[in-house]
Design a protein around this ligand. Structure first.
Ligand SMILES: Cc1cc2nc3c(=O)[nH]c(=O)nc-3n(C[C@H](O)[C@H](O)[C@H](O)COP(=O)(O)OP(=O)(O)OC[C@H]3O[C@@H](n4cnc5c(N)ncnc54)[C@H](O)[C@@H]3O)c2cc1C
Length: 533
């Protein structure tokens, strides 16, 4: 049930989950299912049709990437009818742009860096539950047809890569195949509903059926309220600027799922993190009440963040038979009425797809002899041009650090991209290899603007974020200054505070991260439920 701040502040809960994104919805559904009286708090407004959303969430609602409520990406996908509700279409990100790629993690993604109790065999049950509810597909169009694949980016690149020995796999059916392979783009879908949707639709819908479950919107959690290691509730800033407290029942738990940046901010505001960050809060302008200094818990929150950096290569297709389909016109222009009808009546057609047409993966070795994985996403860019996004993924060694500013904004103390020579050399090696393929092609070449740059210049001059952040409150076996949460995802030094979103992840996977976030949240939920406070 949806509750107001007036209602939640006079009630109390067994589980309070902070942040209704990918992980938050998974954890809330599981906790409510375990019999706990559960409250899911979200600082944003209604998003999916299920939570009362009726329109595209304008992308520019958000100020910086640190504050992007990524759950917004399920909004319209969760409701086929929403497509024509909002004209003009203020954001295209839901279908196009980011694309909602759903790449189930490979066995090596889990086994390489995760600790005891979190290896591939341990998480199998969680993996299977996510798969059964939110399975992902390489055939998003409900009528079983593909639109704009051949001739097009898929046709051109399956030929180009096929000639070099790459093979065609299905990324959903064969998640472990991640070397010299390509797949139709895997996308997230709700089981049995024929619509593209993630946990904020799928898990949230299930949770709503449970009478133990409540949720509150526009509830910005500023901090947890604690007495030493015992958390007794959370403080919420409401839409009108007022602050109220929500209490935990005895034996209750608070689970932070506010995203990599949101969770770090709440921890800093609660006196948990590097002393320097807590002091910034103490001396800052947000008016947050910190616990007494002797109760501060020093942990490496915000450190060791990883992300997939992206370099975009532009490929000139003017000598090929490539026909450009203007995907962004679906969102920013006036789409073809037949495309809209096909989507709204049969969950089919080009709108059911994302803009990407082919996803290849391979691996390369850096100058440090370490293997790194590469993901490519390939899409039409404009007439006569394709974009090939090169993601450096699993195996990367660059890390970054986030910090809080006096006004509460999150910022980088150190950016997490390409700050090791191993990463740079691996990406350069891949770009060299790819340019070799193009040189052997009679129809494709880099655009004139990129042709004269060296591969190193292309990598270092053009990278940006993959928006796949992880690791700001990393999991560890011992409290030795290298981790923030224990093997149950409980924050060291506390009795009942947990972190279950991408923050606690030991590493970034080979493909887009969201499926891993959902699976690890499922696994964390099991541990949190069995943890005695
Ligand atoms: C533009 C974009 C495109 C992306 N595309 C893809 C893709 O195609 N495939 C993929 O796999 N991944 C994609 N990602 C990444 C993916 O969305 C994230 O990895 C994933 O959402 C992380 O899940 P999470 O549960 O850790 O946090 P989130 O899903 O970000 O959830 C955090 C939630 O907490 C809320 N919150 C934050 N602070 C507070 C607070 N103080 N109080 C209450 N609530 C709070 C936020 O509003 C948000 O709803 C994309 C990300 C972005 C930004």
């Amino acid at each position: 049930a949806l509750v107001t701040s007036a209602e939640s502040s006079v009630s109390s809960y067994d589980a309070i989950i902070v942040g209704a994104g990918v992980a938050g919805n998974v954890v809330a559904e599981r906790l409510a299912g375990s019999g706990a009286k559960t409250l899911l708090l979200e600082r944003g407004p209604a998003s999916t049709a299920k939570s009362g959303g009726t329109h595209f969430m304008p992308f520019n609602d958000t100020v910086t990437i640190f504050d992007v409520p990524a759950f917004a990406f399920s909004i319209v996908l969760a409701d086929p009818n929403a497509y024509y509700r909002d004209t003009p279409h203020t954001t295209g990100y839901l279908f196009g742009g980011g694309g909602l790629m759903w790449v189930p993690p490979a066995e090596h993604d889990i086994n390489d860096n995760w600790p005891t109790g979190w290896e591939y065999d341990d998480i199998k049950q969680a993996y299977e539950r996510v798969e059964s509810l939110n399975p992902g597909t390489t055939m998003p169009s409900g009528n079983g047809e593909r639109y704009d694949y051949e001739p097009g980016a898929f046709g051109l690149f399956s030929d180009l890569l096929g000639n070099e020995g790459w093979t065609h796999v299905d990324a959903i059916e064969q998640p472990n195949e991640k070397h010299l392979v390509y797949s139709y783009p895997p996308q997230n879908v709700a089981a049995g509903e024929g619509i593209r949707a993630g946990p904020p639709h799928v898990y949230f819908s299930l949770a709503l059926e449970n009478e133990n479950f409540s949720h509150q919107l526009n509830a910005n959690v500023t901090r947890v309220i604690r007495d030493g290691g015992l958390v007794t509730g959370v403080e919420v800033e409401n839409e009108d600027g007022s602050r109220s407290n929500i209490s935990l029942n005895e034996g209750g738990k608070v689970i932070l799922t506010a995203g990599v940046f949101g969770t770090s901010r709440i921890l800093f505001n609660s006196g948990i993190g590097p002393i320097e960050q807590i002091e910034t809060v103490e001396n800052g302008t947000t008016g947050v009440t910190l616990p007494d200094r002797k109760q501060w818990i020093e942990l490496p929150v915000g450190e060791r963040i990883r992300d997939h950096p992206i370099v975009t290569l532009l490929v000139d297709t003017s000598s090929s038979d490539f026909t450009f389909f203007n995907n962004s016109a679906l969102y920013f222009g006036t789409p073809d009425s037949k495309d809209i009808e096909l989507y709204n009546t049969e969950a089919s057609g080009v709108i059911a797809q994302s803009q990407q047409r082919i996803l290849p993966w391979t691996s390369v070795t850096g100058s440090d002899n370490r293997t790194r994985h590469i993901q490519l996403t390939i899409a039409g860019q404009q007439e006569g041009q394709l974009s090939v996004k090169v993601y450096l993924t699993h195996g990367l060694t660059s890390t970054g650090t986030i910090a809080i500013e006096a006004n509460g904004t999150m910022t980088w103390a150190q950016e997490p991209w390409y700050n090791t020579e191993g990463d740079i050399s691996a990406a350069v090696a891949f770009v060299d290899e790819f340019r070799g393929y193009l040189e052997g092609s009679r129809t494709l070449e880099l655009t004139a603007s990129q042709r004269n740059l060296t591969s190193r210049e292309l990598v270092l001059g053009g990278y940006g974020t993959g928006l796949h952040f992880a690791g700001s409150a990393v999991i560890g076996e011992v409290n030795d200054g290298g981790s923030v949460v224990d093997l149950d995802t409980k924050v060291w030094g506390t009795q009942n505070l947990f972190v279950a979103d991408a923050s606690f992840h030991a590493d970034v996977p080979t493909g887009n991260i969201q499926a891993q976030v959902a699976i690890m949240a499922e696994h964390a939920a099991g541990k949190i439920i069995s943890c005695r406070v």
